[in-house]
Design a protein around this ligand. Sequence first.
Ligand code: GDP
Length: 430
Amino acid sequence: MVKAIVGANWGDEGKGKITDMMAQEADIVIRFQGGANAGHTIVNDYGKFALHTLPSGVFYSHITNVIGNGVALNIPLLFGEVQSLVERGVPAPKLLVSDRAQIVMPYHILLDQYEEERLGGKSFGSTKSGIAPFYSDKYAKIGFQVSELFDEELLEEKTQRVCELKNALLEHLYHKPVIRREELLETLHSYRDMVAPYVCDVSAFLDKSLREGRTILLEGQLGTLKDPDHGIYPMVTSSSTLAAFGAIGAGLPPYEIKQIVTVCKAYSSAVGAGAFVSELFGDEAEELRRRGGDGGEYGATTGRPRRVGWFDCVASRYGCRMQGTTDVAFTVLDVLGYLDEIPVCVGYEIDGVATRDFPVTSKLSKAQPVLKTMPGWKCEIRGIRRYEDLPENCRNYIEFIEEQIGYPITMVSNGPGRDDIIYRESPLAR
Ligand code: GDP
């Protein structure tokens, strides 16, 4: 059985925590898209960790962690992350890397930086991890697949081709130092040596695992609104963030994905540029940012302050629909306990017309939030384990949002820890 854990919004919804929690009863956790450009924060018995490349199953010895073919694989970062876990007392995780995954090259990271510099104020707010240049090269068919590291003749020929192309850009567009082919070859050899023990035909492994009745978790990165097709293009990431892409980025039959857990945070946050209709500013924003997440809303990869705002029903209903949600995990609800009243964005007004449908980007930038205010519950809800024990106003908030988004909230997360979870029977459950 395959279950996907994905985000409804801009990312940072708490997918890492939900994956770590669901991994208790799974066998395999697989990353199927994205790279080291976003982070998952996980709090467990070993401490607090920010993972960028490793799947969130690495804290369990019973889990096989897989880097799927859809991932932008930064090899030195991957192994640096493994090493930092081991240094902090976590047993070395079981790890497999798809022979079809492609490799983030040092020049992808440089080109990402140079392009952001060149664009100046018009930049896309990239994390400069090389993700956009990496996926551009993948689809331009000049990327390096892990399997190719083991074909010396191919490497000789391809590095030649890549240097010609990249050096023209580096020299004439960016006026930066060029790539030396011998150095590039050496780098690729060192990558080959690092990754060799982990390389695997992942789709064959998953096929066998499914036949043996194993449970596989697909771990998404970012959220629906960062999807290149269905998100807020062009302020999006460069690989699909949707559960459907899990089938492609892991190498699984699409009909095997039986459960799609879409993670929605109880308020909104976003990193990087782009329209954010329910965004808060000033002191109200600062207070939510400071209290938010687990130790404040600051990016796990960049440390940048996240933009914060009220829960957005329009964006989240759309976010859940595009994921094909079977379950909503509603997270970070404990943070809102300080508020007397909690506004919720229930609609957008665009050129004087009210709508509940999420618009295309050109219209989104004109949208004004239509807010409805809910009473707060003014107390600490961490530690509560049964839904009935939540304060009435808190349950009303959850149920109001469930009705607005139209997908069943079956899990409520009221703290960063693995056990901070309340399971709930939803009237909307299928
Ligand atoms: P991801 O990228 O979707 O995995 O999300 P992040 O890890 O970037 O951000 C989620 C943050 O919220 C992390 O710091 C988590 O430890 C924290 N977190 C997750 N669930 C909860 C929760 O229910 N309550 C609180 N207070 N923090 C949470």
